[in-house]
Design a protein around this ligand. Sequence first.
Ligand code: ADP
Ligand code: MN
Length: 515
Amino acid sequence: MDSVGVAAAAPDAGPGPAWQSKCPWGAPSTTSISCSLADVMSEQLAKELQLEEENAAFPEVVAAAEGPFITGENIDTSSDLMLAQMLQMEFDREYDAQLRREEKKINGDSKVSISFENYRKVHPYDSDSSEDEVDWQDTRHDPYRADKPTTTPRRGFIGKGKDITTKHDEVVCGRKNTARMENFAPEFQVGDGIGMDLKLSNQVFNALKQHAYSEERRSARLHEKKEHSTAEKAVDPKTRLLLYKMVNSGMLETITGCISTGKESVVFHAYGGNATEDKVIPPECAIKVFKTTLNEFKNRDKYIKDDYRFKDRFSKLNPRKIIRMWAEKEMHNLTRMQNAGIPCPQVVILKKHVLVMSFIGQDQVPAPKLKDVTLNSEDMKKAYYQILNMMQQLYRECNLVHADLSEYNMLWHDGKVWLIDVSQSVEPTHPHGLEFLFRDCRNVSQFFQKGGVAEALNERELFNAVSGLNITADNEVDFQAEIEALEKMNEDHVQNHGKKLSTFSSDGDPPIYDE
Ligand code: ADP
Ligand code: MN
């Protein structure tokens, strides 16, 4: 829906100047009437709105722009697209507010209520500023709430003798028409007219009705289009704005498209833009957008909840902030890996829940996952030893366990394996760190054993080789039990000493395996 509420009368938008001049209380100073976005954009009005919208309606946009690569001064809103986005967002918000008023009016004090939730443009957790906005439901007195206008009863007339009024009476008709506006689709903006003693002539009412129906159809079409566009489906308006800003600031040249849509994230490809004083932007970038919906993050809180690095922050946070923490975690973990020389994407910048990193691949084609590439036996063996080394480096130098290591999160590029997807990685002393490591080892062992690498250690040998621990159990169940016992010991230590063991006790440094 790309209509925008502006203080201007659109020619086709129902009540024209005629009723305005007839209004007993005079013409309203700001009449919110829908008109097409194109109309607005084509006028110089856009210029004025731009300033006004930015400064007044979008204080948080300017605030959000503070950062290493975008500052308040250099937001370039001369881009039509950008401006359109901002207008659209403001419109969506106003529209939702109107919807809430409608909803409240209909529900009244009734015990049974209906919800317009599904008609909303911006959903509660999609709105960044939702936490600082006034919750309308807490407002005892709704200034928008007015008494219902009275209408004539069914039989078509009211009163007696000389005072009889029929349904054709101009005043009654007008009131009735006004009341009927309630029957328009909820997305049709009728303003506050319903609540007032407003009388619409039949002609105006019919024009409005027509307009409401065509609006409804247009909105349905637009919704359909929206559903079918990957990018639109993938990111909410706030995220889109973040991405546009990255392009507008020149940090990114263009965002070319979506590489992957997962449960927890969406990854885009982009061409890098201009370097800044302190940053060289890679020629090709991957943008990982962490999804800001409630459902998925729940699957993951076992990783982050027990991670002491985030422990103090976890309980106090709202879901949106927790999602940002995932992005932050991935950034920190990638940086550790980079410092250890492990092949992995290089962090470019983190903005809220959007992580920009170097692209592994070339000319928009991402490097294949290990599960999708067919390697000759020599490369397969090479890949195996490389991974073994990387796992040891990760554990010892980065103090990390990948925790989602498998052929799905390893890319084959430039004749070597690259590790990605480390937002869920934890330190080995995480309450479940060793279990995660064991699972990683199982995935790696199975993949390479099936892939015909005769040298591949089994999962238990691999676990000991990576961790430097010496668990002797010769079967899976006992091995698992010993791992859990170690984890428990560590937890007890935390309870008694208030801090973690820096590492698990081992029989010495883990052996270095090499070709
Ligand atoms: P998810 O949590 O959705 O699995 P990933 O980080 O694994 O997130 O990214 C999903 C997919 O996007 C990967 O399998 C890979 O194909 C692609 N991808 C992610 N990061 C990059 C990158 N830096 N370069 C190239 N492709 C990437
Ligand atoms: Mn992945």
